[in-house]
Write a protein that binds this ligand. Structure first.
Ligand SMILES: NC(=O)c1ccc[n+]([C@@H]2O[C@H](COP(=O)([O-])OP(=O)(O)OC[C@H]3O[C@@H](n4cnc5c(N)ncnc54)[C@H](OP(=O)(O)O)[C@@H]3O)[C@@H](O)[C@H]2O)c1
Length: 337
């Protein structure tokens, strides 16, 4: 019998890569999609299967992490072997503008899902998408035993989700794990996250469509990895004999300024000619440096990062230039399914 999985946040960056990975491993993949007034499944277009297709293995369901009853019903209906909770209000800057909403989806949503698993009585394993933002101002390098000190509503919400996951493991014997993932990016990264904002601007500037790029703090130091490799780590965590929590990171530090340099030079441009400061993008409380130590994931899961941030910047710039060229030449046609 092939395995089945339920992914919340399947329409996001990680959800789309994880769905691809699980389909390639023979899983039947169920995805939770929230209702939107416009299509929000663009990242899944290439693997979409029509509901009338016989023996399809990608099945999308409407539900929402704010609706606990819908979660129970969905889990009962699907009975997945594995659940990946990737759904979240995932933008740190936005979490300062919408702190309660972020808490509802990102913190309470994780708890609702854990409680829905317990209430539905299904036998499953759950992965919780925890975040390096939980470390906040704790000095690097951060690892599994580093105390949390979140610096945003998003970070606080993720700490709640983290401890709820640990609590359900300890209290109910649930196979529940936390992946504490450091920043990971790709051509599918949301357009308002700083790396993607930079690589899209590089593409547009190189085509003469834009002159300036407005950014906030350039000094923030992050540990940027490649998203498809990080979804592989998620899957490995749920295959391990014992449930546990793992940091996933490259261990390499770079500032936003460094990433800017790599991205602009990938297109033969000088970032200083184009980048301007806008205080609106600064956070009320900043996280200075997140650099992960993923020794545990390497030794217990055999997971190792391959793509480092300079190559990541190049991959993303090249992808955004290709997308833009396809749009400019009229080659991009969205096939409505
Ligand atoms: N990428 C990183 O660097 C990173 C690092 C550490 C942890 N994480 C966490 O890992 C997870 C995946 O990250 P990502 O980069 O793939 O994020 P993302 O691209 O922003 O995707 C978030 C997903 O959550 C869905 N969602 C939002 N609100 C929801 C709700 N109320 N109910 C159900 N689904 C909802 C979104 O749906 P729509 O498509 O409709 O918006 C989207 O599918 C997130 O939990 C994030 O916080 C990410």
């Amino acid at each position: 019998m092939s395995k089945s999985a339920l992914i919340t946040g399947i329409t996001g960056q990680d959800g789309s890569y994880l769905a691809e990975l699980l389909l390639s491993k023979g899983y039947t993949v169920h995805g939770l999609v929230r209702r939107s007034s416009s299509f929000n499944t663009a990242r899944l277009d290439h693997i979409y299967q029509d509901p009338h297709e016989a023996e399809r293995r990608l099945i999308l369901h409407h539900a929402d992490l704010t609706d606990g009853v819908a979660l129970v019903n969905l889990l009962r209906e699907v009975g997945p072997d594995e659940v990946y909770n990737l759904g979240a209000q995932s933008h740190v800057r936005v979490s300062f503008d919408s702190p309660l909403y972020t808490g509802d989806v990102t913190a309470m949503g994780a708890l609702r899902l854990l409680e829905a698993i317990r209430a539905s009585g299904i036998d499953t394993r759950i992965y919780q998408a925890s975040s390096s933002e939980m470390f906040g101002s704790a000095p690097p390098p951060q690892h599994e035993r580093t105390p949390f000190h979140p610096r945003s509503p998003y970070g606080c919400a993720k700490v709640f989700g983290y401890w709820s996951t640990v609590n359900y493991r300890e209290a109910y014997g649930l196979y529940a794990v936390n992946g504490i993932l450091f920043n990971h990016e790709s051509p599918r990264r949301g357009e308002t996250f700083v790396t993607r904002k930079i690589t899209r601007a590089v593409a547009r500037i190189s085509q003469g469509l834009q002159q300036h790029l407005y950014l906030g703090n350039l000094d923030a130091v992050r540990d940027w990895g490649y998203a498809p490799e990080y979804t592989e780590a998620m899957w490995r965590m749920l295959q391990h004999d014992e449930p546990d929590d793992y940091v996933v990171a490259t261990g390499e530090a770079a500032s936003v300024r460094d990433f800017l340099g790599a991205a602009f030079s990938a297109a033969g441009l000088e970032w200083r000619d184009h980048v301007r400061f806008d205080p609106k993008y600064e956070r009320p409380s900043e996280v200075d440096a997140l650099i992960g130590d993923a020794t545990k994931a390497e030794s217990l899961l055999g997971w190792k990062p391959r793509v480092r941030w300079p190559e990541l910047a190049r991959i993303m710039v090249e992808a955004d230039i290709s997308v833009l060229e396809a749009e400019l030449t009229g080659a991009t046609v969205r096939i409505d399914r």
